[in-house]
Design a protein around this ligand. Structure first.
Ligand code: ZN
Length: 285
């Protein structure tokens, strides 16, 4: 499932390709995939200009002239690409949007969990799932992250997966961030020490930056707009490496279930916290 870096790569490529373009027809080939707020129809997109393509959490957002927004949620298997309008349509193509010069932005999604949504500017922030989203990682200062974690008594992994704490992280990047920070995924989220919070914040930004730079992680279905697979999966230290040797310490990467998700970590680099030894002479009670 694409996470923040993969969606960011798609957004940057799409912005470079269609910003300033006047849109043609939007064809919706499967009605389940397309949502519109009251009074809007696919035909309203024709003739509008794309002012910018941006990202909110895992959502691709096209800002259009005339106060309209078109959002694309890729979910599990959704994929966007640009094609000549005359090219044949592959199976499971559900939306085609004319973007000028005889080209179309196309959307294919075999599992059909992905969604296109046409709405008015201002309505996006009011959508229930968008209202619940926490800040973007790149907008979240170290102390704000610490404050948000201070309320969480569950596992650190579970807290970071919660989109209301920080938006856009998923199973791959939380595992990679925790490895880089040297933090065990089952640490209690509000028990981090100041230095551990420093490392967590630094690692979150560094891992996401490196992943975007490498075009994201292509594991199953994800491909950027250009169709060239991402390369960051080659740099994964723990995710998908259960049973392999840690590239840093040589210990065997282990797999656990944390927060209901398969979780990879290195027991050498991410030790469980030791109980503080009881001071000598203290009485057991
Ligand atoms: Zn290790």
């Amino acid at each position: 499932m694409p996470e923040l870096p993969e969606v960011e790569v798609v957004v940057r490529q799409l912005d470079a390709a269609v910003r300033g373009r006047r849109l043609g027809a939007l064809r919706v080939l499967h009605p389940d995939v397309f949502l519109a707020t009251a009074g809007l129809r696919p035909a309203d997109v024709a003739g509008k200009t794309v002012t910018v393509v941006r990202r909110r959490a895992k959502l691709v957002v096209l800002d259009l002239s005339g106060g309209l927004l078109l959002t694309v949620h890729l979910r599990m298997t959704g994929r966007l690409w640009l094609a000549a309008a005359a090219d044949p349509l592959p199976e499971h193509t559900h939306c085609c949007l004319g973007v000028g010069r005889g080209r179309e932005l196309r959307f294919r999604d075999p599992r059909r969990f992905g969604r296109w949504h046409l709405l008015r500017a201002g309505e996006l922030a009011e959508l229930p799932f968008v209202r619940r989203l926490g800040p973007e990682p790149f907008d979240l200062a170290r102390d704000a992250l610490a404050e948000r974690l201070s309320w969480r008594t569950g596992s650190l992994k579970g807290a970071l997966l919660d989109q209301s704490l920080v938006a856009g992280l998923g199973n791959i990047y939380v595992d990679e961030i925790l490895f880089r920070a040297g933090l065990h995924p089952r640490l209690v989220a509000n028990r981090l020490r100041p230095q551990e919070l420093d490392r967590l914040h630094e690692s979150m930004l560094a891992v996401l930056d490196a992943a975007i730079e490498a075009g994201g992680s292509t594991i199953r279905d994800y491909l950027p707009l250009t169709g060239t697979p991402g390369r960051f999966q080659r740099s994964h230290q723990v995710f998908g490496r259960g049973g392999a040797s840690c590239r840093v310490c040589g210990r065997t990467i282990r797999k656990l279930r944390v927060a209901g998700r398969g979780t990879h970590f290195c027991p050498g680099c991410q030790p469980a916290r030791r109980r503080r030894p009881r001071p000598r002479g203290a009485r057991a009670c």
